[in-house]
Each structure stands twice: as structure tokens, then as C-alpha cells.
Design a protein around this ligand. Structure first.
Ligand SMILES: Cc1ncc(COP(=O)(O)O)c(C=O)c1O
Length: 366
């Protein structure tokens, strides 16, 4: 159901007085396969959902300590402890997107923001709308982020560099040694934001994360999210890790009150190691299935380190997207400069079997 239908349903309820909308009205339409927004249908963790049920009645209150509901502190405790950091190295935001927006406004409005031309960009568009100047640097021919070109472009006018590792929509990780070197060289001139939304799904998360540079006091902000491996996109919880001065400056721009239900689910998901391993295995199993479907029709997917696969379909990606959507399978396309590429997000394994059937049918058409 889209937002308009949702509101219409509420309106109907209010007028009719006694007729509640059926739960089914809020569900994904039967038969629709949703492989479009890099969500993770294996979440949220069942243990987290059980804990959420216990605190629903506390939703009457703001989720902060005066009401003996210090769930944000508990969440910060476990995240900080995991990384050998403390609370002043950490902010919690409404999805990582809010933290990214805040950091761009806090630091980027003093100059330019440098970013790859093809990357996750909701926060970049938002910042541009508020007058921040964003400079986009083309990817290399192999679709890798061009760190050499970006490094050469950092002068006094550049205040922020934004990078996603692995990148979205390509799914490609950056070489972690080169990225560390980049941060050390660029850091004295500009804040480097490294968005690690998909880190937990990477082949080697510990090797690829740059959180060690936070411990090292570098000029870097690492963001993470509960929307991907934790499968909590609808609950809007993310976080950022950085030096206390970077966190404090960014936090001034974090406006949304944290969501108490989301924080509860985030805390209990974060400590549910069994669920995390399960979720990761399912996503990786699904990714291998999608890669096989693509290879079966002669396509050569980009080697993804995330929960989506990017591939040159050899035809107009928007036409492929439309043909798939007509058969109930939602995928993404329409990437500026990459008109033939499509992106397929992971879904349940049964959804990916449907993708296999429908995609082969669509690609078999002239
Ligand atoms: C690289 C990247 N960063 C951040 C986000 C935003 O995630 P959220 O605001 O749900 O944490 C996304 C969403 O797809 C993403 O791909």
C-alpha cells in the first residue's frame, strides 16, 4: 500500500467510526516480489520483535531517561563496547540517512562536498536542496570509485568527502588499504564520511571497516544502519562513529526524536548473534541465486559485497524494470550515465525463484 492509500484507509475508518481497515490492506500485495530497495525480509530478529511487544505501551512517552526507559544508552553501550569506543564517539539517528544529512549540513555547508558520481545519494540531494554544493566525480571504467581522482581534487574548498563502502548501486567494496591511505591523506583537509551500511554483509567485514581510524582519532565519520543485515528498514535506526568533536557537531543537526520501539528492536537485534548469522547466510545464499540467474541468460553481474546485484542488462534498464513490474517483480534501474544497468535487491529465496522465472521470460522476448 502506498502512503496515499494508507491515509485514505485511516480516513475511511474515522468516518465509518466502527469499521477498522483489514490488516491485509497494509500488507505488500499478494504475489508482488519486492527486490527494489535493498531491504532484508529476513528481519527483524524474532527475539527483538518479542521484546518490542513488551514495551509497546511505553510508546506514550518520549524514549529518554526521565521515564526510566534508557534504551538508547543500552544500545550505545553495546555498540561502543564492540568497537572499543565510548558514548561520545557515537550518535544514534533515525536511520543512517538522518545522520548523513546532519553531517553534510554540519560540515558541508562551509564548502564543497565531493562524492562519486554513482553512489547512494538521498542525503546528497537533500543537502543540495539546502544550498550545499556537491561535486560528483565519475567512477572508473571498472565501476570502482576513483580515489586517485578524488584525492587530487581535495583542496581548501572541499569540506567533506562522502564514500559508501561497499558502494550502492554497484555493490563493489574499495580496497581497504587504499581507502585507509586516502583517509589519512585527505583527513587533514576535509572530513571523510565512510558509509558502511552494508559492511556486515561484506566478505570480510573486519578487514573492510574503517572504525579503527575512529579509534586512531582521524578526521572520519563512519555510519552504519539497522536497515540492512538487521532487516529493520521500517523502524528507522542508524548510527555514526567518530571523534567526539565530529559527533557533537553533527548531533546538533539531528532533529528527529529517536523512536523508542526502533531502539528496543535495534538493541535486541544487535545482541542476537544467531539471527545476525542467519540473516547474513540467507542474503548470501540469495545473492548466489541471483548471480546464477543472470549468468544463465549470458549477463555478467558486478561482483557484489552487499545485498543487491548490479548488472548491465544489455538493453534499456527502464524497459526491463517496467516489464518485470508488469509481472509483479519490482527491481531498480534508471541510473544516470548507466542506462542499461539494473539493480536487483535480495528477497526471500522463494521470491528469488520467482525472479528467476520472470526475468528469463522477460529477457527471452525480442
Ligand atoms: C549506502 C547507503 N547508505 C545509507 C542508506 C540509508 O539507510 P537508512 O537510512 O535506512 O539507514 C542506504 C539505503 O539504501 C544505502 O544504500
Amino acid at each position: 500500500m502506498n502512503r496515499r492509500h494508507f491515509l485514505a484507509a485511516l480516513g475511511t475508518t474515522a468516518c465509518a467510526g466502527s469499521v477498522l481497515p483489514a490488516l491485509g490492506q497494509y500488507l505488500i500485495p499478494e504475489g508482488q516480489v519486492r527486490l527494489v530497495f535493498n531491504e532484508n525480509p529476513y528481519g527483524p530478529s524474532p527475539r527483538a520483535l518479542a521484546e518490542v511487544r513488551k514495551v509497546l505501551s511505553l510508546s506514550a512517552y518520549y524514549p529518554d531517561s526521565p521515564y526510566d526507559y534508557p534504551i538508547r544508552d543500552d544500545l550505545m553501550d553495546v555498540i561502543a563496547a564492540d568497537h572499543g569506543l565510548s558514548h561520545d564517539n557515537l550518535f544514534i539517528s533515525s536511520g543512517s540517512n538522518e545522520g548523513l544529512q546532519a553531517a553534510l549540513l554540519a560540515f558541508g555547508s562551509e564548502g564543497k562536498v565531493l562524492t562519486p558520481s554513482l553512489t547512494y545519494d538521498a542525503h546528497l540531494g537533500y543537502a543540495e536542496g539546502l544550498g550545499v554544493s556537491v561535486v560528483r566525480v565519475p567512477l572508473r571504467d571498472d565501476l570502482q570509485v576513483d580515489l586517485d581522482a578524488m584525492e587530487a581534487m581535495v583542496d581548501e574548498s572541499v569540506k567533506v568527502v562522502y564514500l559508501a563502502n561497499p558502494n550502492n548501486p554497484t555493490g563493489l567494496p574499495m580496497d581497504s588499504g587504499r581507502l585507509r591511505d586516502f583517509c589519512r591523506k585527505v583527513g587533514p583537509k576535509a572530513l571523510v564520511i565512510v558509509d558502511e551500511a552494508y559492511n556486515e554483509l561484506a566478505e570480510n567485514p573486519a578487514r573492510d571497516t574503517l572504525i579503527d581510524l575512529v579509534r586512531d582519532g582521524q578526521n572520519i565519520l563512519v555510519t552504519r544502519t539497522f536497515s540492512k543485515i538487521f532487516g529493520m528498514a521500517g523502524m528507522r535506526v542508524g548510527y555514526g562513529l567518530g571523534r567526539p568533536d565530529i559527533i557533537a557537531k553533527t548531533f546538533k543537526y539531528i532533529m528527529a526524536w529517536p523512536n523508542g520501539i526502533g531502539l528496543t528492536a535495534a538493541y535486541h537485534s544487535y545482541i542476537d548473534k544467531e539471527f545476525i548469522a542467519f540473516s547474513r547466510n540467507k542474503v548470501l545464499e540469495g545473492r548466489a541465486m541471483v548471480e546464477k540467474t543472470l549468468a544463465d541468460v549470458g549477463l555478467n553481474p558486478v561482483a557484489s559485497d552487499a545485498n543487491f546485484v548490479f548488472v548491465d542488462s544489455g538493453r534499456d534498464g527502464m524497459v526491463v524494470r517496467k516489464a518485470m513490474a508488469d509481472e509483479g517483480v519490482l527491481i531498480n534501474a534508471g541510473y544516470e550515465g548507466y542506462p542499461h544497468y539494473i539493480r536487483i535487491s535480495m528477497g526471500r529465496l522463494e521470491d528469488l525463484q520467482t525472479f528467476d522465472r520472470v526475468f528469463k521470460r522477460v529477457m527471452a522476448r525480442a
